[in-house]
Write a protein that binds this ligand. Sequence first.
Ligand SMILES: Nc1nc2c(ncn2[C@@H]2O[C@H](COP(=O)(O)OP(=O)(O)OP(=O)(O)O)[C@@H](O)[C@H]2O)c(=O)[nH]1
Ligand SMILES: [Mg+2]
Length: 286
Amino acid sequence: MSGKIHISVMGLPSSGKTTFLAALWHMVREGGANTVLSFDGLSQGNYEHLNVLAKRWRSGTIQQRTQVSGAKAVTMRLKDADDHKVEVSFPDLPGEDFSRMWERRELDKGMLETLTASSLVLMINGDTIKLPAWLVEWNMLQSKMRIAPSKNEAVEWSADLAPTQVRIVDLLQMLMSGELNIGRRRLAILISAWDKVEGDGLTPAEILESKLPLLNQYLRSGRDSWNWKVWGLSAQGGVYEDPDKGESFAETDRLRDLERPSDRIKVVDGGALCSDLTKPLKWLID
Ligand SMILES: Nc1nc2c(ncn2[C@@H]2O[C@H](COP(=O)(O)OP(=O)(O)OP(=O)(O)O)[C@@H](O)[C@H]2O)c(=O)[nH]1
Ligand SMILES: [Mg+2]
């Protein structure tokens, strides 16, 4: 690994992209943090955005939704234990961009660079996975049909009725066709808000299998040549507060009381647990 590597962080709205960047920036800057990739000095560029995100993260405050106009590319210079240096850039994009791409089946030219990165992080919020149609949407459609004016009137299809995994598989297929198809590439799937799903006692691969079976099958079939791996990620360690709602949680207090803020972070790889958020990135660029 060397030189400049472009990593794109993708994910539907509220999948945890900005929180991930905030925790990552905090972690590589924290004194004494033991990570496989570490901070290698500032390069030119604007760290203001990252600093604001990391400050919010430390204070236990949820990140603001990324606005279309607020999308910013952030660049970090990192190095591994053998002193291999790498400059990683991540655009902090609003999830709306990915939703729109899926809903309208058209490509925003401005996103071309992001979507042709050789290494991708895909965030899926484990706490808000919309289950497959046969489990949830079917019931919802049924109850909607009952309140529809006429029994025969079909429920109008709308994009937000679609299950999470349907959107994601479609996005991944788009990334492997036409001008976006740059051949085999790496995909780190991070199931975020892991603190909300760990109680199920499942590994990340088992969550993928049970809650996102279509995505699991798509990846395992090898139809498209992804080199992929899945992790569980709790970038906050628990719930954070939304000051606009005047929230204040004992759980957030407990997180703030930890000696080092980076102790809040949990990264789950199979049955192994650590707090090194740079591990999936190291895997991506190796
Ligand atoms: N419990 C818990 N919630 C989390 C965690 N990480 C993110 N969240 C929550 O998930 C929500 C969305 O997080 P963001 O990082 O803003 O998501 P995003 O993908 O940047 O969203 P957009 O900017 O709208 O695309 C917030 O309410 C976070 O508090 C976590 O580790 N644990
Ligand atoms: Mg965001």
